[in-house]
Design a protein around this ligand. Structure first.
Ligand code: NCD
Length: 305
């Protein structure tokens, strides 16, 4: 039985295969509409979510399956003090596959050790978010034609931004990728990502506190929200929250074919006027997420269509 806890649980070949299946789903949705008949997805969300939970649900429903679950810890037995491992053991008796989001790093890994069905990490604290990375990879693949040789700028909260951590891990395996890390001093990329996936593998990278300075060289700009819920005090959050705001003026510094991505939700870091720019790919990115989650569910349930 396979789980998806960290994006590196899948080889590059497996990620290519998921992209192929997602593309086939986009081209032939009807072919897949009954693929998961009588299968149930359990969504255990101990932390708020719109896109991730609803796109998982939409993915399973579009495959002809069904969904059950909860969307806040307060409405589960966690409120009574139940452990993640007990919840996982119980719920795995009620469904065929589980998607779990939790504020504690490592919680989905613990769940996977006690579950009788595949567990997907739908975001664990400030750690990882592998299914957002699946959405990101399909977006880049469609809009840039591949991954090799890209200069990828990651901007904002690189410390707590779990989507950034998983994306760097995934892209670090492709030739010629360069990372440009743009953040305030206090929100720099943590060493568990930087040392292991950038320095250790000798991947070229640059750090900057200025978005303007590095903008002209980027092929992809991945903007992120400052992760308010992971700050210890409000004062620091307020001081840092508007460190970077992407405006139409700043977009003039970018290449004509650069794409702007964002895992969403957006707070203030991209001005709404940028939405009109064809290079803004963040709303398209949310749709790609659904198709990759469909491909992922099929893979983990060993269903071929
Ligand atoms: C991200 C997350 O939950 O980490 N959201 C998402 O799943 N698309 C990003 C964020 O919350 O800032």
């Amino acid at each position: 039985m396979r789980h998806l806890i960290n994006i590196l649980d899948f080889s590059v070949e497996e990620l290519d295969e998921l992209i192929k299946v997602a593309d086939d789903i986009i081209a032939n949705p009807v072919k897949y509409q009954d693929a998961c008949n009588h299968k149930i997805l359990g969504t255990l969300f101990f932390e708020p979510s719109t896109r991730t939970r609803l796109s998982f649900e939409s993915a399973m429903l579009s495959l002809g399956g069904q969904v059950l679950g909860f969307s806040e810890a307060n409405s589960s037995s966690a409120a009574k003090g139940e452990s993640v491992s007990d919840t996982a053991a119980v719920v795995s008796g009620y469904c065929d596959i589980i998607a779990m989001r939790h504020p504690k790093e490592g919680a989905p890994l613990v769940a996977s050790a006690h579950s009788h069905v595949p567990v997907i990490n739908a975001g664990d604290g400030g750690h990882y978010h592998p299914t957002q990375t699946l959405a990101d990879l399909l977006t880049i693949h469609h809009e840039k034609g591949g991954f090799e040789g890209l200069t990828v700028g990651l901007c904002g909260d690189l410390k707590f931004g779990r989507t950034v951590h998983s994306l760097i891990e995934a892209l670090s395996r492709y030739k010629g990728v360069k990372f440009v890390l743009i953040s305030p001093e206090e929100l720099k990329l943590p060493s568990f990502v930087k040392d292991e996936y950038i320095k250790e593998k000798n991947i070229p990278y640059e750090q900057s506190t200025s978005l303007d300075d590095v903008m002209p060289q980027l092929d992809v700009l991945y903007m992120t929200r400052v992760q308010k819920e992971r700050f210890f005090n409000e004062e620091d959050y307020l001081r840092l929250k508007d460190s970077y705001i992407l405006t139409t003026d700043k977009m003039k510094l970018a290449k004509d074919d650069m794409i702007v991505m964002h895992p969403l939700p957006r707070v203030n870091e991209i001005s709404v006027a940028v939405d009109e720019d064809p290079r803004a790919s963040y709303f398209r990115q949310t749709l790609y997420g659904k198709y990759m989650r469909m491909a992922l569910i099929l893979k983990l349930l060993n269903i071929t269509v």
